[in-house]
Design a protein around this ligand. Structure first.
Ligand code: NAP
Length: 256
């Protein structure tokens, strides 16, 4: 028996990086996976890769900040796959990296819109299907930046702190419905998002990667699969007594 056999999982931001790794691993472990993103080409490729190894997956375009789209597509997914059991709220952006007093309200609200309101909207439209099914698992991607400060990316820190506490509060709201809600807190994981941050630095991408790695006691940055295995555990019934918790996967970053 595979670890998430028979479950339907929706992964937001599933085309690249951590979301891509989660989509592929959940499918390898038996889930039907709805890969959703705003990057259609890369999203289609992930769904094709999954079908290529005999898994079940389909791509849908979902901008998580668009309520009507989230509502319509989640209903389509439940119809197509017969249920909606797991939601991975993974879509996120880094946003501007400036001191707070230099940030415009527009720049601030963009990050909050994707990283916080997107999680709210996807949760809102997944919960009714989970209630119908008698339970479910919602996995929210927060960050080490939702636990500690680093004097960079101000709106990102605020957004990931919000996701941490939304997860706990939602866990309490839906515990009676057997819907579990947990957050994952990755350290730096080498994905397109982080590579883009590296491109903005004067020292260049490779030096940036090394310097980031040295901030983690294990001595290197993580890989998307390091997070995917955590998400697999939280998606599966192995974590049936786990809700409102924080799964920190950070190479020791926050242990210091
Ligand atoms: P990534 O490589 O940028 O992939 C994220 C995907 O989500 C991209 O395809 C992105 O498209 C998409 N996306 C952005 N806004 C969206 C929206 N409104 N609706 C739907 N899709 C959207 O990011 P990642 O590094 O894998 O990060 C995934 C999650 O983990 C994020 O929530 C991030 O904050 C969190 N996280 C990452 C790290 C890390 O070190 N990588 C550490 C801690 C937490 P575009 O490329 O067009 O924006």
């Amino acid at each position: 028996m595979k670890r998430v056999e028979g479950k339907t999982a929706v992964v937001t931001g599933g085309a690249l990086g951590i979301g891509r790794a989660i989509s592929i691993l959940l499918a390898r472990e038996g889930a039907r996976v709805a890969v959703t993103d705003i990057r259609d080409e890369e999203g289609q490729e992930v769904a094709e890769e999954i079908r290529g190894f005999g898994g079940r997956a389909q791509y849908w375009r979902v901008d998580t900040t668009e309520e009507k789209v989230v509502s319509r597509v989640f209903a389509e997914i439940a119809e197509e796959f017969g249920s909606l059991d797991v939601l991975v709220n993974n879509a996120g952006i880094a946003g501007v990296n400036k001191p707070p007093h230099e940030i415009t309200l527009e720049e601030w609200e963009k990050v909050i819109s994707v990283n916080v309101s997107g999680v709210f909207l996807c949760t809102k439209y997944a919960v009714p299907f989970m209630k119908q099914a008698g339970g479910g698992s919602i996995i929210n991607l927060s960050s080490i930046y939702g636990l500690v400060g680093a004097a960079d990316l101000p709106p990102y820190h605020a957004s990931k702190g919000a996701v941490r506490l939304m997860s706990k509060n939602d866990a309490l709201f839906y515990a009676r419905d057997m819907i579990r809600v947990n957050s994952i807190h990755p350290g730096f994981i080498w994905t397109p998002l982080v590579e883009e941050l590296g491109k903005e630095t004067p020292e260049g991408v490779e030096a940036f990667r090394e310097q980031l790695g040295s901030r983690h006691p294990l001595g290197h940055v993580g890989e998307p699969d390091d997070i995917a295995y955590g998400a697999l555990y939280l998606a599966s019934d192995e974590s049936r007594f786990v809700t409102g918790s924080e799964l920190v996967i950070d190479g020791g970053y926050t242990a210091q």
